[in-house]
Write a protein that binds this ligand. Structure first.
Ligand code: SAH
Ligand code: SF4
Ligand code: F3S
Length: 464
Protein backbone atom coordinates (compact mmCIF):
# COMPACT_ATOMS: atom_id res chain seq x y z
CA UNK A 1 0.00 0.00 0.00
CA UNK A 2 1.31 3.42 -0.99
CA UNK A 3 1.52 5.69 2.04
CA UNK A 4 2.28 9.10 0.51
CA UNK A 5 2.03 11.53 2.01
CA UNK A 6 2.91 9.82 5.30
CA UNK A 7 0.66 10.93 8.14
CA UNK A 8 1.17 12.01 11.69
CA UNK A 9 -1.25 12.32 14.58
CA UNK A 10 -0.16 14.72 17.29
CA UNK A 11 -1.72 14.84 20.77
CA UNK A 12 -0.88 17.77 23.04
CA UNK A 13 -1.24 17.98 26.80
CA UNK A 14 -0.24 20.75 29.18
CA UNK A 15 0.22 24.49 29.03
CA UNK A 16 0.30 27.05 26.21
CA UNK A 17 4.01 26.54 25.87
CA UNK A 18 3.45 22.91 24.99
CA UNK A 19 0.79 23.93 22.47
CA UNK A 20 3.25 26.35 20.92
CA UNK A 21 5.94 23.62 20.79
CA UNK A 22 3.43 21.33 19.07
CA UNK A 23 2.90 24.02 16.44
CA UNK A 24 6.67 24.00 15.84
CA UNK A 25 6.65 20.22 15.61
CA UNK A 26 3.83 20.46 13.05
CA UNK A 27 6.02 22.75 10.92
CA UNK A 28 8.93 20.35 11.19
CA UNK A 29 6.80 17.39 10.11
CA UNK A 30 5.19 19.37 7.30
CA UNK A 31 8.65 20.30 5.99
CA UNK A 32 9.44 16.61 6.05
CA UNK A 33 6.47 15.87 3.77
CA UNK A 34 4.10 14.57 6.47
CA UNK A 35 0.41 15.47 6.54
CA UNK A 36 -1.57 15.75 9.73
CA UNK A 37 -4.44 13.36 10.40
CA UNK A 38 -7.20 13.25 13.01
CA UNK A 39 -7.35 9.49 12.71
CA UNK A 40 -4.96 7.45 14.81
CA UNK A 41 -5.73 4.40 12.67
CA UNK A 42 -4.30 5.90 9.49
CA UNK A 43 -1.24 7.50 11.13
CA UNK A 44 2.31 6.34 10.41
CA UNK A 45 3.53 8.36 13.36
CA UNK A 46 1.72 9.13 16.60
CA UNK A 47 3.31 11.71 18.86
CA UNK A 48 2.24 12.75 22.35
CA UNK A 49 3.53 16.06 23.66
CA UNK A 50 3.31 15.45 27.39
CA UNK A 51 2.85 17.47 30.57
CA UNK A 52 4.47 16.34 33.79
CA UNK A 53 3.47 19.03 36.24
CA UNK A 54 1.26 16.76 38.34
CA UNK A 55 0.81 13.01 38.59
CA UNK A 56 -2.68 13.33 37.08
CA UNK A 57 -1.11 14.83 33.93
CA UNK A 58 1.27 11.89 33.59
CA UNK A 59 -1.54 9.40 34.23
CA UNK A 60 -3.33 10.79 31.20
CA UNK A 61 -0.29 9.97 29.04
CA UNK A 62 -0.35 6.39 30.26
CA UNK A 63 -4.08 6.26 29.47
CA UNK A 64 -3.36 7.27 25.87
CA UNK A 65 -0.48 4.85 25.37
CA UNK A 66 -2.69 2.05 26.56
CA UNK A 67 -5.12 2.87 23.75
CA UNK A 68 -2.33 2.59 21.16
CA UNK A 69 -1.54 -1.03 21.92
CA UNK A 70 -4.13 -2.49 19.50
CA UNK A 71 -2.96 -0.03 16.80
CA UNK A 72 0.58 -1.19 17.18
CA UNK A 73 -0.56 -4.82 16.99
CA UNK A 74 -2.45 -4.08 13.76
CA UNK A 75 0.44 -2.10 12.26
CA UNK A 76 3.86 -3.05 13.56
CA UNK A 77 5.48 -0.26 11.51
CA UNK A 78 3.58 2.44 13.40
CA UNK A 79 6.01 4.82 15.15
CA UNK A 80 4.96 5.97 18.60
CA UNK A 81 6.83 8.95 20.00
CA UNK A 82 6.69 10.63 23.41
CA UNK A 83 8.05 14.13 23.85
CA UNK A 84 7.46 17.18 26.04
CA UNK A 85 8.00 17.48 29.75
CA UNK A 86 7.84 13.82 30.73
CA UNK A 87 10.95 12.49 28.89
CA UNK A 88 12.83 15.59 30.02
CA UNK A 89 12.44 14.77 33.67
CA UNK A 90 12.83 11.00 33.27
CA UNK A 91 16.63 10.92 33.21
CA UNK A 92 17.04 7.26 34.09
CA UNK A 93 14.11 6.32 31.83
CA UNK A 94 12.36 4.60 34.74
CA UNK A 95 8.99 5.97 33.58
CA UNK A 96 9.67 4.94 29.97
CA UNK A 97 10.19 1.34 31.04
CA UNK A 98 6.57 1.26 32.21
CA UNK A 99 5.32 2.34 28.78
CA UNK A 100 6.38 -0.67 26.70
CA UNK A 101 5.54 0.21 23.11
CA UNK A 102 7.32 3.54 22.72
CA UNK A 103 9.75 3.96 19.76
CA UNK A 104 10.89 7.56 20.24
CA UNK A 105 11.35 9.29 23.58
CA UNK A 106 12.86 12.76 23.66
CA UNK A 107 12.62 16.07 25.53
CA UNK A 108 11.19 19.04 23.63
CA UNK A 109 14.55 20.69 22.95
CA UNK A 110 15.68 17.63 20.94
CA UNK A 111 12.73 17.94 18.59
CA UNK A 112 14.98 19.03 15.74
CA UNK A 113 16.47 15.50 15.64
CA UNK A 114 13.06 14.01 14.85
CA UNK A 115 13.64 13.79 11.05
CA UNK A 116 16.81 11.78 11.59
CA UNK A 117 15.13 9.36 13.97
CA UNK A 118 12.15 8.86 11.68
CA UNK A 119 14.55 8.22 8.79
CA UNK A 120 16.35 5.59 10.85
CA UNK A 121 13.12 3.75 11.66
CA UNK A 122 11.25 4.17 8.36
CA UNK A 123 13.61 5.41 5.63
CA UNK A 124 10.84 5.09 3.03
CA UNK A 125 8.84 7.87 4.76
CA UNK A 126 11.54 10.52 4.50
CA UNK A 127 12.83 12.04 1.29
CA UNK A 128 15.20 14.80 2.23
CA UNK A 129 16.13 16.07 5.62
CA UNK A 130 16.88 19.75 6.28
CA UNK A 131 18.05 19.68 9.87
CA UNK A 132 17.45 22.78 11.99
CA UNK A 133 19.80 23.23 14.91
CA UNK A 134 17.49 25.03 17.31
CA UNK A 135 13.83 24.10 17.47
CA UNK A 136 12.97 27.65 18.54
CA UNK A 137 13.94 28.73 15.01
CA UNK A 138 11.01 26.78 13.57
CA UNK A 139 8.03 28.96 12.69
CA UNK A 140 4.95 27.56 14.47
CA UNK A 141 2.20 26.18 12.21
CA UNK A 142 -0.73 28.03 13.80
CA UNK A 143 -4.42 27.25 13.50
CA UNK A 144 -5.72 30.74 14.29
CA UNK A 145 -4.57 33.98 12.74
CA UNK A 146 -6.08 36.65 14.99
CA UNK A 147 -4.49 35.54 18.27
CA UNK A 148 -1.09 33.98 18.82
CA UNK A 149 1.10 32.71 21.60
CA UNK A 150 4.74 33.66 21.21
CA UNK A 151 7.37 31.93 23.34
CA UNK A 152 10.12 34.34 24.33
CA UNK A 153 11.95 32.05 26.71
CA UNK A 154 12.35 28.34 27.38
CA UNK A 155 13.30 26.52 30.59
CA UNK A 156 13.49 27.95 34.09
CA UNK A 157 16.19 28.82 36.65
CA UNK A 158 14.03 29.19 39.71
CA UNK A 159 13.92 25.60 40.98
CA UNK A 160 10.81 25.94 43.11
CA UNK A 161 11.13 22.81 45.22
CA UNK A 162 7.84 21.22 44.07
CA UNK A 163 8.34 21.76 40.35
CA UNK A 164 9.58 19.54 37.52
CA UNK A 165 9.86 22.27 34.89
CA UNK A 166 13.60 23.09 35.33
CA UNK A 167 14.29 19.35 34.94
CA UNK A 168 11.84 18.84 32.08
CA UNK A 169 12.81 21.91 30.11
CA UNK A 170 16.29 22.76 31.28
CA UNK A 171 17.63 26.10 32.39
CA UNK A 172 16.25 29.45 31.28
CA UNK A 173 17.15 30.40 27.74
CA UNK A 174 15.95 33.64 26.18
CA UNK A 175 15.17 34.01 22.50
CA UNK A 176 16.84 36.80 20.56
CA UNK A 177 14.80 40.00 20.42
CA UNK A 178 15.13 39.96 16.64
CA UNK A 179 13.49 36.53 16.32
CA UNK A 180 10.65 37.54 18.66
CA UNK A 181 9.91 40.81 16.87
CA UNK A 182 10.22 39.23 13.42
CA UNK A 183 7.72 36.58 14.48
CA UNK A 184 5.28 39.16 15.87
CA UNK A 185 5.58 41.42 12.81
CA UNK A 186 5.01 38.39 10.58
CA UNK A 187 1.91 37.52 12.59
CA UNK A 188 0.66 41.12 12.36
CA UNK A 189 1.11 40.99 8.57
CA UNK A 190 -1.17 37.96 8.56
CA UNK A 191 -3.95 39.65 10.51
CA UNK A 192 -2.94 38.92 14.10
CA UNK A 193 -4.23 41.46 16.65
CA UNK A 194 -3.54 39.71 19.96
CA UNK A 195 -0.25 38.35 21.23
CA UNK A 196 0.48 36.48 24.46
CA UNK A 197 4.17 36.36 25.34
CA UNK A 198 5.13 33.05 26.94
CA UNK A 199 7.83 32.06 29.39
CA UNK A 200 8.07 30.27 32.74
CA UNK A 201 9.26 33.48 34.38
CA UNK A 202 8.47 35.61 31.39
CA UNK A 203 9.38 38.91 33.06
CA UNK A 204 12.95 37.81 33.80
CA UNK A 205 13.53 38.04 30.01
CA UNK A 206 16.98 39.25 29.00
CA UNK A 207 17.60 39.89 25.31
CA UNK A 208 20.82 38.26 24.08
CA UNK A 209 20.83 40.92 21.35
CA UNK A 210 19.95 43.92 23.53
CA UNK A 211 21.75 46.30 21.15
CA UNK A 212 18.72 45.93 18.88
CA UNK A 213 16.31 47.66 21.25
CA UNK A 214 15.18 50.98 19.72
CA UNK A 215 17.21 54.06 20.65
CA UNK A 216 14.12 55.83 21.97
CA UNK A 217 12.90 52.89 24.07
CA UNK A 218 12.29 54.55 27.45
CA UNK A 219 12.86 51.56 29.73
CA UNK A 220 15.86 49.87 31.35
CA UNK A 221 14.36 46.49 32.25
CA UNK A 222 14.60 44.18 29.22
CA UNK A 223 11.09 42.77 29.57
CA UNK A 224 9.60 46.28 29.84
CA UNK A 225 11.64 47.21 26.78
CA UNK A 226 10.22 44.23 24.91
CA UNK A 227 6.65 45.23 25.87
CA UNK A 228 7.38 48.69 24.52
CA UNK A 229 8.72 47.28 21.24
CA UNK A 230 5.62 45.11 20.77
CA UNK A 231 3.48 48.19 21.42
CA UNK A 232 5.13 49.78 18.38
CA UNK A 233 3.69 47.06 16.09
CA UNK A 234 0.52 48.96 15.36
CA UNK A 235 -1.68 46.01 14.35
CA UNK A 236 -1.18 44.39 17.77
CA UNK A 237 -3.81 46.03 19.91
CA UNK A 238 -4.08 43.32 22.56
CA UNK A 239 -0.93 42.24 24.36
CA UNK A 240 -0.36 40.19 27.49
CA UNK A 241 2.03 37.66 28.97
CA UNK A 242 2.20 34.58 31.16
CA UNK A 243 3.61 33.69 33.66
CA UNK A 244 5.52 36.49 35.37
CA UNK A 245 7.38 35.84 38.62
CA UNK A 246 6.59 38.27 41.48
CA UNK A 247 10.31 38.74 42.15
CA UNK A 248 10.81 40.38 38.75
CA UNK A 249 7.83 42.76 38.71
CA UNK A 250 9.85 45.96 38.36
CA UNK A 251 8.34 49.46 38.17
CA UNK A 252 9.46 49.57 34.53
CA UNK A 253 7.33 46.51 33.71
CA UNK A 254 4.32 47.85 35.58
CA UNK A 255 4.70 51.12 33.71
CA UNK A 256 4.95 49.28 30.37
CA UNK A 257 1.68 47.55 31.26
CA UNK A 258 -0.03 50.95 30.99
CA UNK A 259 0.95 51.24 27.30
CA UNK A 260 -2.09 51.08 24.99
CA UNK A 261 -1.83 47.48 23.78
CA UNK A 262 -1.63 45.89 27.20
CA UNK A 263 -4.71 44.03 28.37
CA UNK A 264 -6.26 44.85 31.71
CA UNK A 265 -5.28 41.53 33.24
CA UNK A 266 -2.29 39.87 34.87
CA UNK A 267 -1.74 36.25 35.78
CA UNK A 268 0.69 36.40 38.70
CA UNK A 269 1.23 33.08 40.47
CA UNK A 270 1.54 33.30 44.26
CA UNK A 271 1.37 29.58 45.25
CA UNK A 272 0.95 30.27 49.00
CA UNK A 273 0.24 33.12 51.41
CA UNK A 274 2.44 31.77 54.19
CA UNK A 275 6.07 32.82 54.48
CA UNK A 276 7.34 29.53 55.88
CA UNK A 277 5.62 27.57 53.10
CA UNK A 278 6.91 30.04 50.49
CA UNK A 279 10.41 29.58 51.87
CA UNK A 280 10.15 25.79 51.67
CA UNK A 281 8.80 26.16 48.14
CA UNK A 282 11.85 28.31 47.32
CA UNK A 283 9.60 31.02 45.84
CA UNK A 284 12.07 33.77 46.84
CA UNK A 285 9.47 36.26 48.14
CA UNK A 286 7.33 36.73 51.24
CA UNK A 287 3.59 37.29 51.27
CA UNK A 288 4.24 40.94 52.18
CA UNK A 289 6.48 41.31 49.11
CA UNK A 290 3.78 39.77 46.93
CA UNK A 291 1.20 42.19 48.36
CA UNK A 292 3.58 45.05 47.71
CA UNK A 293 3.69 44.06 44.01
CA UNK A 294 -0.13 43.95 43.94
CA UNK A 295 -0.25 47.39 45.52
CA UNK A 296 2.15 48.83 42.93
CA UNK A 297 0.13 47.22 40.11
CA UNK A 298 -3.17 48.59 41.40
CA UNK A 299 -1.73 52.04 41.97
CA UNK A 300 -0.90 52.25 38.24
CA UNK A 301 -3.76 50.16 36.84
CA UNK A 302 -6.74 50.51 39.20
CA UNK A 303 -9.12 48.10 37.45
CA UNK A 304 -6.59 45.40 36.72
CA UNK A 305 -8.09 41.89 36.91
CA UNK A 306 -5.77 39.48 38.70
CA UNK A 307 -5.33 35.77 38.21
CA UNK A 308 -3.04 33.51 40.20
CA UNK A 309 -1.87 29.92 40.80
CA UNK A 310 -2.17 28.40 44.26
CA UNK A 311 -0.91 25.05 45.52
CA UNK A 312 -2.82 23.65 48.51
CA UNK A 313 -1.52 20.91 50.80
CA UNK A 314 2.18 21.43 50.14
CA UNK A 315 4.43 19.32 52.42
CA UNK A 316 3.87 20.25 56.05
CA UNK A 317 1.25 22.94 55.33
CA UNK A 318 -0.74 23.41 58.56
CA UNK A 319 -4.30 24.71 58.77
CA UNK A 320 -2.94 27.97 60.12
CA UNK A 321 -0.56 28.31 57.17
CA UNK A 322 -3.37 27.51 54.75
CA UNK A 323 -5.48 30.26 56.37
CA UNK A 324 -2.72 32.72 55.44
CA UNK A 325 -3.32 31.80 51.78
CA UNK A 326 -7.05 32.37 52.28
CA UNK A 327 -6.27 35.78 53.78
CA UNK A 328 -3.89 36.69 50.96
CA UNK A 329 -6.49 35.70 48.38
CA UNK A 330 -8.89 38.20 50.00
CA UNK A 331 -6.28 40.93 50.51
CA UNK A 332 -5.05 40.74 46.91
CA UNK A 333 -8.67 40.68 45.68
CA UNK A 334 -7.96 37.89 43.20
CA UNK A 335 -10.38 37.36 40.28
CA UNK A 336 -9.38 33.85 39.34
CA UNK A 337 -7.17 31.19 40.84
CA UNK A 338 -5.91 28.04 39.18
CA UNK A 339 -5.71 25.99 42.36
CA UNK A 340 -3.82 22.70 42.45
CA UNK A 341 -3.52 20.03 45.11
CA UNK A 342 0.16 19.44 45.76
CA UNK A 343 1.43 16.48 43.77
CA UNK A 344 4.70 14.88 44.82
CA UNK A 345 7.14 14.68 41.88
CA UNK A 346 10.15 12.37 41.98
CA UNK A 347 13.41 14.15 41.26
CA UNK A 348 12.38 17.44 42.88
CA UNK A 349 13.93 18.92 46.01
CA UNK A 350 10.61 18.73 47.88
CA UNK A 351 10.39 15.02 47.11
CA UNK A 352 13.82 14.51 48.63
CA UNK A 353 13.60 16.89 51.59
CA UNK A 354 9.99 16.88 52.79
CA UNK A 355 7.19 14.42 53.44
CA UNK A 356 4.00 14.71 51.36
CA UNK A 357 2.07 14.59 54.63
CA UNK A 358 -1.21 16.42 53.99
CA UNK A 359 -3.86 13.78 53.29
CA UNK A 360 -5.64 13.77 49.97
CA UNK A 361 -8.98 14.49 51.69
CA UNK A 362 -7.49 17.50 53.41
CA UNK A 363 -5.96 18.75 50.13
CA UNK A 364 -9.37 18.39 48.55
CA UNK A 365 -11.04 20.29 51.39
CA UNK A 366 -8.52 23.16 51.11
CA UNK A 367 -8.94 23.18 47.32
CA UNK A 368 -12.70 23.58 47.81
CA UNK A 369 -12.24 26.39 50.33
CA UNK A 370 -10.26 28.40 47.77
CA UNK A 371 -12.66 27.47 45.00
CA UNK A 372 -15.68 28.70 47.00
CA UNK A 373 -13.91 31.86 47.97
CA UNK A 374 -13.14 32.49 44.32
CA UNK A 375 -16.68 31.78 43.18
CA UNK A 376 -18.14 34.27 45.65
CA UNK A 377 -15.55 36.93 44.90
CA UNK A 378 -15.63 36.58 41.12
CA UNK A 379 -19.43 36.91 40.92
CA UNK A 380 -19.18 40.11 42.94
CA UNK A 381 -16.35 41.42 40.77
CA UNK A 382 -18.12 40.48 37.53
CA UNK A 383 -21.33 42.21 38.66
CA UNK A 384 -19.45 45.47 38.50
CA UNK A 385 -19.34 45.16 34.71
CA UNK A 386 -23.14 45.32 34.38
CA UNK A 387 -23.98 48.55 32.58
CA UNK A 388 -20.36 48.99 31.44
CA UNK A 389 -19.02 48.65 27.89
CA UNK A 390 -16.18 46.15 27.35
CA UNK A 391 -14.01 45.56 24.29
CA UNK A 392 -14.15 41.96 23.02
CA UNK A 393 -12.09 40.08 20.44
CA UNK A 394 -14.64 37.65 19.00
CA UNK A 395 -13.20 34.15 19.00
CA UNK A 396 -16.06 31.89 18.01
CA UNK A 397 -19.66 31.78 16.93
CA UNK A 398 -22.39 29.34 17.87
CA UNK A 399 -25.25 28.96 15.39
CA UNK A 400 -28.76 28.89 16.85
CA UNK A 401 -29.57 25.32 17.75
CA UNK A 402 -32.84 23.44 17.58
CA UNK A 403 -32.84 21.12 20.59
CA UNK A 404 -34.89 17.92 20.84
CA UNK A 405 -37.56 19.68 22.90
CA UNK A 406 -37.86 22.43 20.29
CA UNK A 407 -38.75 19.81 17.65
CA UNK A 408 -42.15 19.61 19.38
CA UNK A 409 -42.76 23.30 18.72
CA UNK A 410 -44.67 24.61 15.70
CA UNK A 411 -42.48 24.88 12.60
CA UNK A 412 -42.94 28.62 12.48
CA UNK A 413 -41.30 29.05 15.87
CA UNK A 414 -38.47 26.70 14.87
CA UNK A 415 -37.98 28.80 11.76
CA UNK A 416 -37.77 31.99 13.87
CA UNK A 417 -35.17 30.39 16.12
CA UNK A 418 -33.13 29.27 13.12
CA UNK A 419 -33.12 32.81 11.80
CA UNK A 420 -31.67 34.23 15.01
CA UNK A 421 -28.07 35.45 14.63
CA UNK A 422 -26.63 32.95 17.11
CA UNK A 423 -24.13 33.72 19.83
CA UNK A 424 -20.61 35.14 19.70
CA UNK A 425 -17.94 34.44 22.33
CA UNK A 426 -14.67 36.17 23.12
CA UNK A 427 -12.59 37.65 25.91
CA UNK A 428 -12.78 41.22 27.14
CA UNK A 429 -9.60 43.15 27.88
CA UNK A 430 -9.97 41.93 31.47
CA UNK A 431 -9.88 38.36 30.07
CA UNK A 432 -13.51 37.83 31.03
CA UNK A 433 -15.35 35.43 28.75
CA UNK A 434 -18.16 37.44 27.14
CA UNK A 435 -21.18 36.26 25.16
CA UNK A 436 -23.57 38.27 23.01
CA UNK A 437 -26.03 37.72 20.16
CA UNK A 438 -24.24 38.21 16.85
CA UNK A 439 -23.53 36.69 13.44
CA UNK A 440 -20.55 34.58 12.48
CA UNK A 441 -19.11 37.41 10.38
CA UNK A 442 -18.05 39.04 13.66
CA UNK A 443 -15.49 36.32 14.42
CA UNK A 444 -12.03 37.90 14.44
CA UNK A 445 -13.35 41.43 14.99
CA UNK A 446 -12.92 43.60 18.06
CA UNK A 447 -16.32 44.89 19.17
CA UNK A 448 -17.79 46.91 22.02
CA UNK A 449 -20.30 45.09 24.17
CA UNK A 450 -22.59 46.60 26.75
CA UNK A 451 -22.88 44.15 29.63
CA UNK A 452 -26.41 43.34 30.77
CA UNK A 453 -25.83 40.32 32.99
CA UNK A 454 -22.86 38.74 34.77
CA UNK A 455 -22.30 35.50 36.59
CA UNK A 456 -19.31 33.47 37.67
CA UNK A 457 -17.93 32.34 34.33
CA UNK A 458 -19.45 34.68 31.80
CA UNK A 459 -20.46 38.26 31.05
CA UNK A 460 -23.48 38.63 28.79
CA UNK A 461 -24.35 41.69 26.77
CA UNK A 462 -25.20 43.26 23.44
CA UNK A 463 -23.34 44.97 20.65
CA UNK A 464 -23.22 48.75 20.89
N1 SAH B 1 6.29 29.15 35.85
C1 SAH B 1 5.03 29.31 36.42
C2 SAH B 1 4.19 28.04 36.51
C3 SAH B 1 4.60 26.77 35.94
S1 SAH B 1 3.74 25.31 36.37
C4 SAH B 1 5.17 29.87 37.82
O1 SAH B 1 6.23 30.01 38.33
O2 SAH B 1 4.18 30.14 38.42
C5 SAH B 1 2.06 25.82 36.48
C6 SAH B 1 1.47 25.68 37.85
O3 SAH B 1 1.38 24.34 38.23
C7 SAH B 1 2.26 26.32 38.98
O4 SAH B 1 2.06 27.67 39.09
C8 SAH B 1 1.79 25.56 40.19
O5 SAH B 1 0.69 26.21 40.79
C9 SAH B 1 1.38 24.23 39.63
N2 SAH B 1 2.32 23.17 40.04
C10 SAH B 1 3.61 23.04 39.68
N3 SAH B 1 4.15 21.95 40.28
C11 SAH B 1 3.16 21.39 41.02
C12 SAH B 1 3.10 20.26 41.87
N4 SAH B 1 4.15 19.48 42.08
N5 SAH B 1 1.92 19.99 42.47
C13 SAH B 1 0.84 20.76 42.27
N6 SAH B 1 0.85 21.84 41.49
C14 SAH B 1 1.99 22.16 40.86
FE1 SF4 C 1 8.41 25.83 38.16
FE2 SF4 C 1 9.04 27.75 39.84
FE3 SF4 C 1 10.09 27.75 37.42
FE4 SF4 C 1 7.53 28.29 37.72
S1 SF4 C 1 9.24 29.48 38.49
S2 SF4 C 1 8.42 26.89 36.22
S3 SF4 C 1 6.96 26.98 39.42
S4 SF4 C 1 10.46 26.24 39.01
FE1 F3S D 1 3.73 23.12 30.73
FE2 F3S D 1 3.17 20.87 31.95
FE3 F3S D 1 5.55 21.23 30.94
S1 F3S D 1 2.51 22.85 32.56
S2 F3S D 1 5.90 23.39 31.07
S3 F3S D 1 3.64 21.14 29.82
S4 F3S D 1 5.11 20.23 32.85
Amino acid sequence: MEVYPPKYHLITFGCQMNKNDSERMATLLKNLGFASTDSKEEADLILINTCSVRQSAEDRVFGQIHLFKPLKRANSKLIIGITGCLPGRDRDQAIKKKMGIVDLYFPTDQMSQLPRWIAELRPELVNSVDLVEDYMKLVPDRKTTRQAFVSIQTGCNKFCTYCVVPFSRGLEKNRPLKDILDEIKGLADHGCVEVTLLGQTVNSYRAPDAELFSQNNPYTDHFAKLLWEVNQVKEISRLHFTAPHPLHMTDDIIDAMTLPAHLNFIHLPVQSGDDEVLRRMNRRYTSAQFMEVIKRLKAKIPNLAIGTDIIVGFCGETEEQFQKTVQLFKDADIDISYTAKYSDRSGTAAHRAFADDVSNEEKKRRWEVIQQLMEVSVVKKNQRFVGEVVSVLVERHEAPRITDEMLMMPEKIQETIKNQPGLCYGNSREMKLTRFPGTKELVGQIVNIKITRADMWILEGELV
